[in-house]
Design a protein around this ligand. Structure first.
Ligand code: CA
Length: 229
């Protein structure tokens, strides 16, 4: 079920929009001010945003700009004034559609459906997506088993790749060398926890700007390592 966030301070309008969208089978959340609306828009997964222009806290222009910085989710902007709509267009904020108040609820629903369908076609296109981790310039393609730092590809051995990927897939979790050895190497394999230290050192030489001040894999003295996020 598609999930929609309405950011609208006029309760009657928000309720009307919500009722009609829910009747059409959408899951709908409402925020009545710009600050909490923006925070939720950025931190949660929604399939479409309906955004009022004049809002307490942060206005719709700024919310639109900040959402577009981070996400391609469709944004439908709502305003009471036709010239506001022209302004939004002029600013090139990346809104997908504009609707002026008063509007008919069925028109709103029709536009929402059209944008969701278009967006689903867009993201559904092409081949299945590779499983990729991206953190501060470091990109790990788990499917293709390739690593880049600031778009420069780095060559890692199988175990280096497995170790880095394991740590990066479990960020902020501190692992002992013993745990890492058991996770990445077979229990029966020849070697000991010093192998882990050697591999961490090699990974750092490949991915860190300065391996004496690691940005990604942090040493927790007396315990082990963790991937910082
Ligand atoms: Ca308003």
């Amino acid at each position: 079920m598609s999930k929609i966030l309405i950011i609208e301070d006029e309760e009657a309008i928000a309720e009307l929009e919500k009722d009609y969208l829910e009747l059409s089978g959408f899951e709908v959340e409402v925020e009545d001010n710009g600050t909490t609306g923006l925070a939720r828009a950025l931190s949660e997964d929604f399939d479409l945003f309906i955004l009022d222009l004049m809002l307490p806290g942060i206005d719709g222009f700024e919310i639109c700009r900040q959402i577009r910085d981070k996400k391609n989710t469709p944004i439908l902007m709502v305003s009471a004034r036709k010239d506001d709509i022209d302004k939004i267009r002029g600013l090139g904020l990346g809104a997908d559609d504009y609707i002026t108040k008063p509007f008919s609820p069925s028109e709103l629903v029709a536009r929402v459906k059209a944008h969701l369908a278009r967006y689903e076609r867009l993201i559904g296109d092409g081949l299945p997506q590779n499983d990729v981790i991206e953190i501060r310039g470091l990109k790990i393609d788990k499917t293709a088993r390739r690593v880049w730092v600031n778009d420069e590809e780095k060559t890692l051995t199988t175990k280096e790749f497995d170790l880095l990927t394991f740590l990066a897939s479990n960020p902020n979790h501190v692992y002992t060398k013993d745990e890492l050895f058991k996770e990445i190497w077979d229990m029966e394999s020849v070697g000991d926890i010093a192998t882990v230290t050697v591999h961490i050192k090699k990974i750092r030489e490949k991915i860190e700007y300065d391996s004496s001040k690691p940005q990604y894999i942090e040493t927790i003295w007396g315990v082990g390592y963790r991937f910082k996020i």
